[in-house]
Write a protein that binds this ligand. Structure first.
Ligand code: LLP
Length: 482
């Protein structure tokens, strides 16, 4: 029994995981987000509910941007910080990011449409994707998108044709793989060779020569994104070193210094209070990256390029909290079962399954990547002994897990509101309608006030997607056919 190693943090609101404004109120210890009671939010907007602390998101955007820009300035260059909208995008969020001085990275025609609808300056948009359609490319070129990131020679041709038709010269970057295998989940690593994105770095000279054949393209530099949810800075350093290593040869090909270098995003965040989940400070990552760029550039004698970065998760992740309502609970004996004891279960003899009103449709990350989250009872604190819990959803799959393993006061019960931390990135954006469960709304909290920024779906909207064939009789609401 490892009882002694347990510490009862089951009511604690960890500011490294929850937004900085989250705290327990004096009245029953209810969780307050940006000064607003969690249950006031679910009463007004429904449950489940995605909540984004706008003050926290804006502050973090400024922190990340300033860290990367001031370090670039320290070594004698400058930097553009793009917000990777795939993490979470709606019109409001695009506006916040643009207002806080970030450029915008989009990866589809849909994301581009949202950024444009938000009034983002097209010149400050970067357009990614390994298989952009010709229509998407044409829309981007016509809109005046600042940079298109070419993923293959097919795209070189397609972007050149679109730019020629529009009568413009389109700025392009080339996405390459530095060959660095980032230490993260396999599905989140993107710069080793055996995956779909980008071209091998060794192919860059040939591909850049190909780009130069087109007068309608302006090659501005290389792009490399090594992966996502990365804690160790060594991968970023090595990737930056390898990319810059190619710059002398590319400069010889283009006949001028390569003006820019985009090192992608991927900075990891803490999802739980576990020591292993300690994220590096963005200032340290920025300093290390700037140092390696400065050292390598000086070793190679290449002029320092303008730097670009594309963080998504590290800006919006911890600003988000999802609120759920508990529907049922059940206890399962672990001790004496035919399953080998897992040390991560902390010696508990039983696991309490806590079913909530959402699940893998609003947070697919545990099912997709085995991601960990932290959960707390939001509507009250409790003195009850902690229990080992698994928070599960309402979908028809046993893998429908929201929180694989955490401790909650053992009296957690139907009707309680639960808060799951750090759900700002890749939760709403990866959400689905599995089992015809409508997507929850998103509410932004700013200066103690809540407002809707993304509407929730309704069953009527989901029903409206079904096409009813003319040749079939339509049942009336009592099931009788007309
Ligand atoms: N730039 C490029 C080219 C990317 O592909 C990505 C993420 C980013 C920037 C932003 O990465 P971030 O800073 O957010 O880590 N669905 C997965 C993450 C997939 C990331 C895809 N690309 C998850 O939920 O963990």
């Amino acid at each position: 029994m490892t009882q002694a190693t347990r510490t009862d943090t089951s009511n604690a609101i960890d500011p490294r995981v929850f937004p900085p404004t989250a705290r327990r109120g004096r009245n029953c210890g209810e969780l307050k987000l940006n000064g607003i009671r969690a249950t006031a939010l679910t009463e007004q907007f429904g449950s489940p509910l995605y909540v984004v602390d706008e003050n926290a998101a804006r502050a973090r955007a400024i922190e990340v941007r300033s860290a990367l820009q001031s370090e670039a300035e320290r070594i004698g260059t400058s930097a553009t910080v793009y917000y990777a909208t795939k993490a979470f995008l709606c019109i409001e969020v695009a506006r916040w990011m643009a207002e806080e001085g970030l450029a915008i990275d989009v990866a589809s025609g849909g994301e581009l449409a949202v950024a444009l609808a938000a009034g983002v300056d097209p010149a400050r948009i970067g357009f990614h994707g390994n298989n952009k359609s010709v229509q998407e490319i044409e829309r981007a070129v016509a809109a005046g998108v600042g940079t298109i990131i070419l993923d293959s020679e097919f795209e070189t041709e397609r972007v050149a044709q679109a730019a020629a038709r529009a009568g413009i010269r389109q700025r392009v970057r080339l996405r390459v793989n530095s060959g660095v295998h980032a230490s993260t989940h396999d599905f989140l690593a993107t710069s080793h060779e055996d995956q779909k994105f980008g071209q091998p770095l060794s192919e860059a000279p040939r591909l850049v020569r190909d780009i130069l054949r087109h007068d309608n393209l302006l090659f501005v530099g290389l792009h490399c994104h090594i992966g996502s949810q990365i804690f160790a800075t060594s991968g970023f350093r090595e990737s930056a070193r390898r990319l810059l290593g190619a710059y002398p040869e590319l400069a010889a090909i283009t006949g001028r210094p390569i003006p820019e270098l985009n090192l992608g995003g991927g900075f990891g965040i803490a999802y739980t209070s576990a020591a292993a989940d300690e994220e590096p400070a963005v200032a340290d990552v920025a300093r290390e990256l700037a140092d390696i760029v400065a050292e390598t550039a000086s070793e190679l004698g290449v002029p320092l390029p303008h730097l670009a970065f594309e963080p998504g998760r590290s800006i919006i992740g911890q600003a988000g909290v999802t609120l759920y309502t508990v529907g049922t609970t059940k206890s399962v004996q672990l001790a004496g079962s035919n399953v080998a004891a897992d040390p991560a279960d902390l010696g508990y003899a039983e696991r309490l399954y806590v079913s909530v009103d959402g699940g893998m449709s609003d947070n697919a990350r545990p099912a997709l990547y085995g991601a960990d989250y932290q959960v707390r009872i939001a509507n009250r604190v409790s003195e009850a002994e902690p229990a080992l819990v698994r928070v599960v959803g309402k979908h028809c799959e046993s893998g429908d897990i929201v929180v694989q393993r955490d401790e909650l006061p053992g009296d957690v019960r139907p009707g309680d509101t639960l808060a799951v931390a750090a759900t700002g990135a890749y939760c709403w954006s990866l959400s689905s309608n599995y089992n015809y469960v409508p997507r929850p709304p998103v509410v932004a909290l700013r200066d103690g006030e809540a407002r809707l920024i993304v509407r929730g779906e309704t069953e009527d909207q989901l029903l409206a997607m079904s096409v009813i064939s003319e040749t079939h009789d339509t049942p009336d609401t009592n099931g009788a056919t007309k």
